[in-house]
Design a protein around this ligand. Structure first.
Ligand SMILES: Cc1cc2nc3c(=O)[nH]c(=O)nc-3n(C[C@H](O)[C@H](O)[C@H](O)COP(=O)(O)O)c2cc1C
Length: 194
């Protein structure tokens, strides 16, 4: 798999915004079984090795899991404040749990778990998200999780872009490019009106 052409402007944006920790957060939109969109902020965890797939970590008990099982299309919206540019990356979401059929992806899940901070790992030992708040606050101070073996509810979520819309506000007029995947190694890049 060759590196997609939108990777270089995205890498440049990440580099130029590296002083802003929140430039590594983006919004991930999914569609619920009721047809309604749902959107939330998540952290960019790098690219899956030798692919163009973006890595996200999430909890198998969260709402977005139902959405992805129902509709595997998702869209990332990522704004870089310093360089004033937006990337919208639409594509397939692939959920990697402990029982994923691919050994390579199960290994990738474990590597991402090992790279998390202790506090990020401990959130996967918290009580079920999105239900009534537990009375016992101690439930949010679990014992440290095993650094080697992910908790069962830990998921690696991969978004494999099929289309990318890059908008640069800087400049008058602004610049906008669309990238569309034609086949696994072939992308169409088109400058469009902003
Ligand atoms: C700055 C920030 C970073 C976040 N990072 C993640 C993340 O990496 N993974 C995640 O599942 N949720 C993350 N969240 C929480 C989500 O925004 C969301 O509240 C949670 O995943 C539940 O969403 P859902 O009910 O739609 O599944 C983050 C929230 C904020 C504000």
């Amino acid at each position: 798999m060759s590196v997609a052409p939108w990777r270089s402007p995205l890498a440049r944006a990440l580099h130029n915004n590296r002083a802003l920790p929140y430039a590594r957060y983006f919004q991930l939109a999914t569609v619920g079984a009721n047809g309604y969109p749902a959107n939330r902020t998540v952290v960019f965890r790098g690219f899956l090795e030798n692919t163009n797939q973006l890595q996200i970590v999430t909890d198998s008990r969260s709402q977005k899991i139902n959405h992805i099982q129902h509709q595997h299309w998702g869209e990332i919206c990522w704004y870089f404040p310093k360089t004033r540019e937006q990337f919208r990356l639409g594509g397939n979401l692939n959920l990697v749990t402990a029982s994923h059929t691919s050994q390579g992806l199960r290994d990738a899940r474990q590597i991402v778990w090992q790279e998390l901070s202790d506090s990020a790992r401990s959130q996967f030992a918290w009580p079920e998200p999105g239900v009534a708040r537990v009375e016992d606050e101690a439930a949010f101070s679990p014992l440290p999780s095993d650094r080697e073996q992910p908790l069962p509810n830990f998921c690696l979520l991969l978004l494999e872009p099929i289309q990318v819309d890059h908008l640069q506000l800087r400049g008058n007029p602004q610049n906008r490019w669309l990238y569309q995947q034609q086949s696994p190694d072939q992308w169409l890049k088109q400058a469009v009106n902003p």
